[in-house]
Design a protein around this ligand. Structure first.
Ligand code: PLP
Length: 395
């Protein structure tokens, strides 16, 4: 018999979410997550994936994964520290360190897991963390897990950061860390890393950059830190292997002694089974493609510019993105949801993002163009935007 308390909790809260129109219904894909997807037998132009370079469906990665399964099987068999470290895990970590221009790297099962692992391995209840107010949920949870004092600074506000860094370092804390996304995924803006590094040097802060949306995209592919030429100035370079890299997993790249410490002290490394051989082999292939040529990177940027120009010319408000991420800001929450629904009916798959994920009155439909989109697909998407925008009096 299930608990009455649980039953009433679930019934009440699910009903409330559904009443408020905040209950998210998931549409399973019947196709790969490429530029065109199939849902419920219908095809859509896909502007919702993080598959920036189209590598999630790349034949070379599929082949590398298949070969690894034939050689190593489907599972790693244990956690990394028992005997779940295969030679391919070591090879992947060497490839990540080379990609990030650091001494060493450690791979985790996901980007989310990586933030759970890395922050709490270093920071504890005597410490303080300065955190941008728009940081990703996994950073927030990773900070909480560490039990350090969390001091939130205004989004990319360097005066606020400096003031709070000054207070924190004069206060009762042991270590003080500053932590930021490299690219903020809702607006596509880039963290002000040169200023952050300057403040960090002034106050001896530990620097932590989660570049999930920047890797493969900025710095000719190497990420936001490389984009600013700061590879030797950031202590923790975090990334995911699930967005531009196209597979799954997360990592920390940094100095050898940091990585040595994470391998003995970070809990998901010690207590959760390592990445599968197929994932690892596909990631190695992906990194080799990204480092050997900027072809996919260049196409991503070209498509990003093309889509932005097209939507802007129609009169949409596309915000101030500095990356291919293209928000189309509608404002009102209900109108944003209706707009996204109409786009969907016309064949564009682009999700509405509203409060509380973004500020009230800043509802938007977020578009993620990729290297795999053709001009024809983008033209068709822009045509549908025009049709729906005019029909709903938005443009
Ligand atoms: C997507 C994202 C993550 C999570 O990465 P996964 O590999 O999908 O778990 C972590 N941090 C940031 C900033 C992200 O955007």
């Amino acid at each position: 018999m299930s608990s009455k308390a649980l039953e009433s909790f679930l019934t009440e809260n699910l009903a409330e979410l559904k009443d408020k129109g905040m209950y998210n219904v998931i549409d399973p894909l019947e196709s790969p997550n490429g530029p065109i997807i199939t849902i419920g037998g219908k095809e859509y132009i896909n502007l919702s994936s993080n598959n920036y370079l189209g590598l999630a469906t790349d034949e070379r990665l599929k082949e590398a994964a298949t070969k690894a399964i034939k050689t190593y099987g489907v599972g790693a068999g244990a956690v990394r520290t028992i005997n779940g470290t295969l030679d391919v895990h070591v090879k992947l970590e060497e490839a990540i360190a080379a990609f990030k221009h650091t001494e060493a790297a450690v791979a985790y099962q996901s980007g989310f897991n990586c933030n759970m692992a890395a922050i709490s391995a270093i920071m504890d209840k005597n410490d303080a963390i300065l955190s941008d107010e728009l940081n990703h949920a996994s950073i927030i949870d990773g900070c909480r897990l560490s039990r350090a004092k969390i001091i939130v600074y205004k989004h990319s506000d360097m005066e606020d950061l400096r003031q709070k860094a000054k207070e924190a370092t004069q206060g009762q804390y042991g270590k003080v860390m500053v932590i930021t996304d490299g690219v903020f995924s809702m607006d596509g803006d880039i963290a002000k890393l040169p200023e952050i590094v300057e403040i960090a040097e002034e106050f001896d802060l530990i620097t932590y950059v989660d570049d999930a949306h920047g890797s493969g995209v900025l710095g000719k592919g190497a990420g936001t830190v490389k984009h600013f030429g700061l590879s030797d100035k950031i202590d923790f370079q975090i990334g995911t292997l699930s967005k531009a890299i196209g597979v799954v997993g997360g990592y920390v790249a940094g100095k050898q002694n940091l990585i040595d410490w994470l391998k003995v002290r970070s809990r998901p490394f010690l207590f959760s089974t390592s990445l599968t051989p197929a994932d690892v082999a596909a990631c190695i292939e992906s990194l080799s493609i990204i480092t050997e040529s900027t072809e996919l990177h260049d196409r991503l940027w070209e498509n990003g510019r093309y889509l932005k120009q097209g939507l802007k010319k129609l009169g949409f408000n596309i915000g101030n993105s500095e990356t291919p991420i293209t928000p189309c800001i509608i404002g009102d929450e209900v109108l944003t949801q209706q707009f996204s629904k109409r786009l969907n009916e016309e064949g564009v798959y682009a999700k509405a993002i509203v409060f509380p994920t973004v500020a009230k009155g800043m509802g938007r439909v977020r578009n993620m163009p990729t290297a795999a989109h053709t001009k024809e697909m983008l033209d068709e998407a822009i045509r549908i935007y025009e049709k729906v925008g005019k029909e709903m009096d938005i443009i």
